[in-house]
Design a protein. Structure first.
Length: 401
């Protein structure tokens, strides 16, 4: 069975550095217009309080640093904090001499792993960025050359990494693997701040044009074909992947230059998620495509309560893309999270809602959790920080308390 962005989000529907949401189409004043796109109306930018003092007492070094710099936007000598975080140091020290973390790009540690055994290079780089490490820090710089190499979709079988096999590579599966690795590497490089690099911009342009070309085609309206007793995605269907969304989320200037295409993408992400699982016909094989996003991954409060980390991941992604305040549904779900905070501004779970101490979801792993998640306060700190970050990214005024 395919594993979507969040299995619980999908079943409930029948969920870094600043992305500058104010550079995105539709992130100006309510009712503004963008040439070539429909009139954009934003939800009100209601001020949000942020429990900074509490987070400094109860959050780990990564949460403390990003709360100070990215949410409260305070100036000072805080840059030592990310490098005092023991898990971050351990992850950095596991990097190989060639800049990789073993023969994997998208792997994550097993649920029982006490360290980062099995982590892939792309996820390791993104995790260090989420910890607050500078893109010019040695481990990230050392991995950069390898990530840029993946943008070229090198035909060398060695660059298929975990997607490669011992026998002769299947053409369709090899092409699929290179496409996934290219977009995932591009997303990591964009998060590291390489938006102006022509190689990355070229990759982003090709990915966006491919997706929007598909969405505007007849196939975009009816992407399903019957194979046996299953409805699966046609071989030529190109819906956006989670990596394409992450790539665009960290390229605000690029988005403003392609506002008409970004608008079409918003329409796709706002539509109801289909009941079919993301399985696609690749050559003669039916292949799970859990990285593909077929619609709204956060349709209601039940989905949000079922998987809090996935819900926050989706809301942050939509905020970075400039979409959050354009959607009444997502905005209400975000406000509901804010309403669950106590009088000190600290998020506390409703009855029946739990936040796990770790995740095995490969799309969430780089950003959750930033601490060890061993205590209730530690998990509340993770959520409280993310709520403040989402508010800041969506253009809402933030008042640190």
């Amino acid at each position: 069975m395919a594993v979507p962005l969040s299995p619980t989000l999908a079943s409930a529907s029948s969920g870094a550095h600043l992305g500058a949401a104010d550079h995105a189409p539709g992130s100006g004043t309510s009712g503004g217009t963008v040439s070539g796109t429909p009139r954009v109306v934003l939800m009100p930018a209601t001020p949000v309080t942020f429990a900074l003092r509490w987070l400094l007492d109860h959050g780990g070094p990564a949460v403390q640093y990003r709360s100070l710099v990215e949410v409260a936007r305070l100036s000072g000598r805080f840059d030592v904090l990310p490098y005092s975080h023991h898990p971050a140091l351990l992850l950095a020290l596991q990097q190989g001499t060639d800049g990789s973390w073993g023969h994997s790009m998208l792997g994550i540690p097993t649920a029982r792993s006490a360290v980062f055994e099995g982590v892939g290079t792309i996820n390791a780089v993104r995790r260090l960025l989420e910890y607050g490490w500078d893109p010019e820090s040695p481990p990230i710089v050392h991995a950069r050359r390898l990530l840029f190499r993946l943008l070229a979709e090198d035909d060398d079988p060695a660059f298929l990494f975990e997607f490669g096999g011992k026998g002769k590579a299947d053409e369709f599966m090899s092409r699929r693997a290179r496409g996934i690795l290219r977009e995932a590497a591009a997303a990591a490089l964009a998060q590291a701040g390489y938006e102006n690099d022509p190689r990355l911009r070229g990759c982003a342009r090709r990915s966006l044009e491919r997706v929007v070309g598909y969405l505007r085609s007849p196939l975009g309206q009816k992407p399903w074909v019957r194979v046996g007793n299953k409805q699966v995605l046609a071989a030529d269907a190109h819906p956006p992947s989670i990596y394409t969304l992450l790539l665009l989320a960290h390229m605000p200037v690029f988005r403003s230059e392609h506002s008409d295409l970004i608008e079409r993408l918003f329409q796709h992400l706002s539509q109801p998620l289909p009941r079919q699982e993301p399985v696609q016909l690749c050559g003669e094989q039916l292949v799970p495509q859990p990285h593909l996003v077929l619609g709204d991954m956060l349709p209601n409060r039940n989905a949000a309560d079922a998987d809090v980390p996935s819900a926050l991941f989706w809301l942050e992604l939509m905020a970075r893309l400039g979409y959050l305040r354009r959607s009444e549904s997502w905005n209400k779900l975000f406000d509901r999270f804010l309403d669950a905070r106590d009088r000190d501004g600290v998020w506390r779970p409703h009855r029946g809602v739990t936040v796990p101490s770790r995740t095995t979801n490969p799309f969430l792993w780089p950003s959750f959790p930033l601490g060890d998640g061993s205590s209730e306060d530690e998990r509340s700190a993770e959520v409280t920080f993310r709520l403040g970050l989402i508010a800041r990214l969506s253009g809402r005024p933030v008042e640190a308390i």
